[in-house]
Design a protein around this ligand. Structure first.
Ligand code: SF4
Ligand code: SF4
Length: 430
C-alpha cells in the first residue's frame, strides 16, 4: 500500500458520522421537480408536455448539443407542468419538469444488449452512456460522454474514491456495497478509452472500502488500488494526477493533456448500470448528515425536494440554521428546503453554524493561505486586489486556475471570504 502526498491542502474535521449507515432506498415523493440543467453546458430540451404520461427511466429531455446531457424520469406518472423553479446550484429560477408520481413504479424495459460491451465498437458504448444522461457525479456534472471522447491518447484512468469532503460518505458506502459494479464500470471506461491502466484511489480513512475494492481488484488485470493519506482536496483532479502519477496538468490544460482521465466512483457505478443493466441515471446516492436526529446514506430519486426528504426521514431541523447541498468545503448553502436534488447532489447537510456572521478582518500577511493553496496561487493578493477591484492585478494572479477548493478561506485567520471573492472575480473577468 503506497501512501503519497500532494502540495498544500488542509485537514478539516472529518465528521464522517454517517459512515456506518447502509445505503437505503428512499421513497419517491408525490411531486418531483426535475431540472433541465443538471450538467455543465446547455440546458436540455424537453421531450414531454403537460399531461403526458411517462414511465420510470423514460427520456424526458434531450441534450442540446454535445456539451449537454439527457434527462430521464425518476418515477412513472403524469407531467404536471414545465415551469421555472429554484436551481440548487445556480441559485436562480430555471426550467423544471414537474412530474406527478402515480406510485405505480412502472418503468421502461431496462434490458441491455451491451452486457458484453467489449464486443461492441467503443463509440457505440459512449453513445449508450450519452443516452443514459451520465454526468460527473463527484459534483462537477461535466457530461461523461465528452470526457470519454478525448482527442488525445489516454494511458491511465484514475477512479476517484477519495471523497475528501467532510461529512460525505455516500461514495464510501457505494464502494462497500457495489464494489464489483464500480470496478466493472472502470473496465468499461478503460475499454472505451483503450487505456492500459486503471487505478482506484482511496483515502486511508476508508478501511472497509479499501478491503472490499482490493478483494475485487485482485481478480482484475491492469487495475490497481492506491491508498493516499487523508487530506483535503485530495479528490481534485489535478491533485490526484500529481499525487498518483507525478504528472502536472499544464495551466489551462486538461487531464487528457497528460494522458489521463479521472472519473468518480459514483459515475463508474452509473456507467455500469447504463451499459450492463440498461438503467439510465435517474437516482443517486446522497449523504444526509449534520446536527440532526436522522442521518444516513440514501438512494434518492433526482428531483426530490429537500423538504420531502426531511418529512420522509422525520428529520428534526430545529437545532440547525444552515443547509448545504454537497460538502461543507465546496457545497452550496441554500436558504430554503423547497429546492430539488440534481445529478450533482452528493450530500444534504443540516448544520448548526458555529461561526457567527461578523465582518472579515484585514489581511495580516500570515501567508497561511499561500501555504495551503494546492494550485500554488497567492490567495492573499487575489483577495486584496479583488476587494479593491484592481482587475488588472487580479488577472495577473490567475484566478482562473483556482479550483475553488476553499482551503484558503478555511485557514484564513482574518476569516476573509477568499474563495467567494475569487468566484466573483471569475464572473467579472468572464
Ligand atoms: S485560491 Fe482557489 S485553489 Fe487556492 S486555496 Fe483558495 S480556493 Fe483553493
Ligand atoms: S490567511 Fe488571511 S490573513 Fe493570512 S495572508 Fe492569507 S488572506 Fe492574509
Amino acid at each position: 500500500m503506497t501512501i503519497k502526498q500532494f502540495f498544500g491542502g488542509v485537514h478539516p474535521q472529518e465528521n464522517k458520522i454517517s459512515r456506518h449507515y447502509h445505503l437505503e432506498k428512499i421513497f419517491s415523493p408525490g411531486l418531483l421537480f426535475v431540472h433541465l440543467s443538471q450538467h455543465i453546458g446547455k440546458i436540455a430540451k424537453p421531450l414531454v408536455k403537460q399531461n403526458d404520461y411517462v414511465l420510470k427511466g423514460q427520456k424526458i429531455a434531450e441534450a442540446d448539443g454535445l456539451i449537454s446531457a439527457t434527462i430521464h424520469s425518476p418515477v412513472s406518472g403524469k407531467i404536471k407542468e414545465i415551469k421555472d423553479f429554484l436551481h440548487p446550484v445556480i441559485g436562480d429560477k430555471l426550467p423544471v419538469i414537474v412530474i406527478e408520481n402515480d406510485g405505480n413504479n412502472k418503468s421502461i424495459d431496462f434490458t441491455s444488449k451491451y452486457k458484453e460491451y467489449f464486443r461492441f465498437d467503443n463509440n457505440e458504448i459512449v453513445r449508450v452512456i450519452q443516452n443514459s444522461g451520465i454526468v460527473g457525479l463527484g459534483g462537477a456534472m461535466f457530461p461523461t460522454h465528452v470526457k470519454l471522447s478525448p482527442k488525445k491518447e489516454i494511458e491511465t484512468v484514475l477512479l476517484n474514491g477519495c471523497e475528501c469532503e467532510p461529512y460525505l460518505t455516500c461514495d464510501d458506502k457505494l464502494m462497500q456495497e457495489y464494489s464489483r459494479e464500480i470496478v466493472e464500470g472502470l473496465r468499461i471506461i478503460m475499454y472505451v478509452l483503450d487505456a492500459a491502466k486503471g487505478i482506484v484511489v482511496l483515502e486511508d480513512n476508508k478501511p472497509e472500502s479499501i478491503k472490499k475494492m482490493k478483494d475485487v481488484v485482485s481478480h482484475v488485470p491492469n487495475v490497481d488500488i492506491v491508498c493516499v493519506k487523508t487530506k483535503y482536496p485530495q479528490g481534485a483532479e489535478k491533485q490526484l494526477i500529481k499525487t498518483i502519477l507525478n504528472k502536472e496538468v499544464p495551466l489551462g490544460g486538461l487531464p487528457m493533456d497528460v494522458g489521463v482521465v479521472v472519473q468518480n466512483v459514483a459515475t463508474s457505478y452509473a456507467i455500469y448500470n447504463a451499459v450492463v443493466k440498461g438503467i439510465p441515471l435517474f437516482e443517486r446516492a446522497v449523504t444526509v448528515s449534520g446536527d440532526i436526529n436522522r442521518i444516513g446514506n440514501f438512494m434518492v430519486p433526482i428531483g426530490t425536494l429537500v423538504s420531502d426528504i426531511v418529512k420522509t426521514l422525520n428529520i428534526d431541523i430545529t437545532k440547525t440554521n444552515k443547509i448545504i447541498l454537497g460538502g461543507p468545503m465546496m457545497g452550496v448553502s441554500v436558504g430554503t428546503m423547497e429546492v430539488p436534488t440534481i445529478k450533482g447532489t452528493s450530500g444534504i447537510l443540516f448544520l448548526k453554524d458555529r461561526i457567527k456572521d461578523y465582518p472579515f478582518g484585514p489581511c495580516i500577511r500570515c501567508s497561511k493561505c499561500v501555504r495551503v493553496c494546492p494550485m500554488g496561487l497567492m490567495p492573499n493578493f487575489l483577495s486584496l486586489y479583488i476587494e479593491h477591484e484592481m482587475w488588472d492585478k487580479v488577472k495577473f494572479f490567475s484566478p482562473k486556475d483556482c479550483i475553488e477548493c476553499g482551503c484558503c478561506s478555511y485557514i484564513c485567520v482574518s476569516k476573509r471570504p477568499i474563495v467567494n471573492q475569487i468566484k466573483f472575480a471569475k464572473s467579472v473577468i468572464k
